[in-house]
Design a protein around this ligand. Structure first.
Ligand code: GAR
Length: 188
């Protein structure tokens, strides 16, 4: 079986959606979290998933903590990484070790609204349409080749909260689907 790690920093709703997916074509063997106290850590505990929590501030450089992470990934035999609300750029260490094996989900139609609070960015800009993107990760912020996108309309009387709910519903369905497509080589 293919073993994968999820990297997350926050609430972990996408982590949960991946865990709950039927016939996922890999085993989620590790959660990596850079935010001690994040809700996603409790979620992983409930699923009995080993969890690596680290505080980036305790390391001299990104390559130092990525080398530490890499040792754990090797220990668990991880061959794929799925970023699910991991709010940190991936550095050379992991990009080199996991070339074309790192996916990210982002709540906008990239290249529009990269970075933090993409839902709020689209809403505040008065966009009529936004959505969800899943892409291969490179050194940039929410850049890298897009694999799949699904659009979500912003309604006349929308609120950020309602929009976020609809976007996350799309995320939770799209991420496991795309993971399975990528793992079964159905993506160019
Ligand atoms: C998700 O909406 C994800 O797309 C976004 O963070 C949220 C995490 O929610 N990621 C980014 O903005 C990446 N730039 P979750 O912790 O409930 O899965």
């Amino acid at each position: 079986t293919i073993k994968a790690a999820v990297f997350a920093s926050g609430a972990g709703s996408n982590f949960e959606a991946i865990m709950e997916a039927n016939d996922l074509k890999c085993k989620i063997s590790l959660l990596v979290c850079d935010k001690p106290g994040a809700l996603v850590i409790d979620k992983a505990a409930r699923y009995g998933i080993p969890t690596l929590v680290f505080n980036p501030k305790e390391y001299g450089s990104k390559s130092e903590y990525e080398e530490m992470i890499h040792r754990h990934l090797q220990h668990y035999g991880i061959s794929w990484i799925f970023l699910a609300g991991y709010m940190r750029l991936i550095g050379d260490t992991l990009l080199n070790e996991y070339e074309s094996k790192i996916l990210n989900i982002h709540p906008s139609l990239l290249p529009f609204f990269p970075g933090k609070d993409a839902i709020g960015q689209a809403y505040d800009a008065g966009a009529r349409e936004t959505g969800v993107s899943i892409h291969y990760v490179d050194a940039g912020m929410d850049t890298g080749p897009v694999i799949a996108q699904e659009s979500v309309m912003i309604e006349e009387n929308d609120t950020k909260e309602k929009l976020k709910e609809r976007i996350q519903k799309v995320e939770h369905q799209l991420y496991p689907t795309v993971i399975n497509q990528v793992l079964s080589n159905k993506v160019r």
